[in-house]
Design a protein around this ligand. Structure first.
Ligand code: ZN
Length: 346
C-alpha cells in the first residue's frame, strides 16, 4: 500500500478488550462447567449504560457461548486458539503467526460467530468510535485511498469513506472489534476488488505476506523499466512497465488483492498526456537547455511526491520521474523526448 495509517487512530481499545476478555473468560468457565459471566461485567463503567442497550450483541455472545458449550474438547480448543490468534494482529501481519479462518473452525460455530461479528460492527459503526478514528485520519491528511492512490477521500465531516475490515470479519470474527484491523478505503478498492478476500491467504489457502496498514513501510510505483516512443501509430506512446517498489512479497499480495497494476496500466496513457500538457503550460515560451529540461521534470516529480499524496499524484510523480531520467540521457529516446518537449513549449 502507498501510505502508512496513523497508529493513533487505533487507540480506542476498551470495546475490543471487553469483548475479548468476556469471551476468553466465558470459554474457560464453560470448560469448568460454570456459567459464563455477563459480558457487560467486562465493559468499563463509563460505557456500561450504553452497552447495556445493545441487546442484540448480548444475545449474539450468548449464542457463541451456547455453540461453544456443545463442542467436543478438541473443537473448543480450536475456538480458543482462534480467539488467541486473532488478538495478535502484529504477529499475523508480520507473518509470525497463522490463524485459522472461520471455515476451518467447527461448523456449528460459523453462524453464531458471523452474527457476533456483525453485531460488533454495528456498535463500532454507529457509535462515535468510528468518528473519532476518522478525525485522526483527517488530521493526517488522507486525500486519496492508500491502497490504490487515486480514489478521492472527502473530509469525514462530509461523508466518511468505507471503513474496511482488513481481515474480513466473515473469516476472522474475533478481530472484528480491533481498530488495528480497520482501514479507510476507497469504495472501489473495498467493494469491487478486495471484497471479502483473505489478506492472510492466497486463493489456494497458502499463507502469504501482507502489508500491516499501521506499521509496514509503504511501497511506491516505479516506471523505470518503461520504454518511451514504442506504441501507437507514430510510436508516440510509451510501453509501460509498472514495478511495485517495496517489500516484494507484501507487494505481490497487495497487487493480487487490489489489482493495482492492471488498474494503473489502464490510466497511464491519460496521465502521461496530462503530464506532458502540464509541462507545456508551465514552461510555454521558455528556452530550456537539455539540463534544464531534465531538472524541471525532476522538480515536478518531487512536487507530486510531497505528502500527503493527492489523487493520482503517485502516478504523476512516477511519470515525471521517468521523463526526467530519460530527458537527461544521451540516447535516441532522450533526444526524441527533448525535441518533443521543446516543440511543446515553443
Ligand atoms: Zn482505492
Amino acid at each position: 500500500m502507498l501510505q502508512q495509517l496513523p497508529i493513533a487512530a487505533t487507540g480506542e481499545v476498551w470495546l475490543r478488550d471487553a469483548l475479548n476478555g468476556a469471551l476468553a473468560d466465558g470459554f474457560l468457565r464453560i470448560q469448568a462447567n460454570l456459567p459464563a459471566r455477563l459480558w457487560l461485567d467486562f465493559v468499563p463503567q463509563q460505557h456500561r449504560a450504553a452497552m447495556a442497550r445493545r441487546g442484540k450483541l448480548s444475545e449474539a455472545i450468548e449464542r457463541v457461548f451456547a455453540a461453544y458449550d456443545a463442542l467436543p474438547p478438541d473443537g473448543q480448543a480450536e475456538v480458543r486458539d482462534a480467539l488467541e490468534d486473532q488478538q495478535q494482529l502484529d504477529q499475523l501481519f508480520s507473518g509470525l503467526r497463522a490463524a485459522l479462518p472461520l471455515d476451518d473452525l467447527p461448523a456449528t460455530m460459523h453462524g453464531p460467530l458471523k452474527e457476533y461479528a456483525s453485531r460488533v460492527f454495528d456498535v463500532l459503526d454507529d457509535s462515535l468510535i468510528r468518528d473519532r478514528a476518522y478525525q485522526i485520519y483527517d488530521q493526517h491528511g488522507f486525500l486519496a485511498c492508500p491502497f490504490c492512490g487515486y480514489e478521492a477521500f472527502d473530509n469525514s465531516r462530509l461523508r466518511q469513506m468505507d471503513w474496511d475490515h482488513y481481515l474480513a470479519r466473515s473469516l476472522y470474527p474475533f478481530a472484528g472489534a480491533d481498530l488495528r484491523n480497520f482501514s479507510p478505503m476507497g469504495d472501489g478498492c473495498n467493494a469491487r476488488y478486495k471484497k471479502s478476500k483473505d489478506v492472510l491467504r492466497s486463493d489456494g489457502g497458502a499463507r502469504r505476506a501482507c502489508f500491516d496498514p499501521y506499521h509496514s513501510a509503504p511501497a511506491t510505483v516505479g516506471l523505470a523499466q518503461s520504454q518511451l516512443f514504442t506504441r501507437g501509430a507514430g510510436n508516440e506512446m510509451p510501453l509501460w512497465q509498472i514495478d511495485l517498489v517495496g517489500d516484494h512479497d507484501r507487494c505481490a499480495s497487495w497487487d493480487s488483492i487490489f489489482e493495482v497494476r492492471a488498474r494503473w496500466m489502464d490510466r497511464l496513457d491519460r496521465i502521461y498526456d496530462k503530464c506532458l500538457s502540464g509541462f507545456r503550460e508551465l514552461f510555454r515560451g521558455h528556452d530550456l537547455t537539455d539540463q534544464a529540461l531534465a531538472q524541471n521534470l525532476g522538480r515536478l516529480a518531487m512536487s507530486e511526491s510531497q505528502p500527503p499524496p493527492d489523487t493520482g499524484a503517485i502516478l504523476r510523480a512516477a511519470v515525471y520521474s521517468l521523463l526526467a531520467d530519460r530527458a537527461g540521457q544521451d540516447t535516441d529516446e532522450g533526444a526524441r523526448l527533448r525535441r518533443l518537449l521543446r516543440v511543446a513549449i515553443r
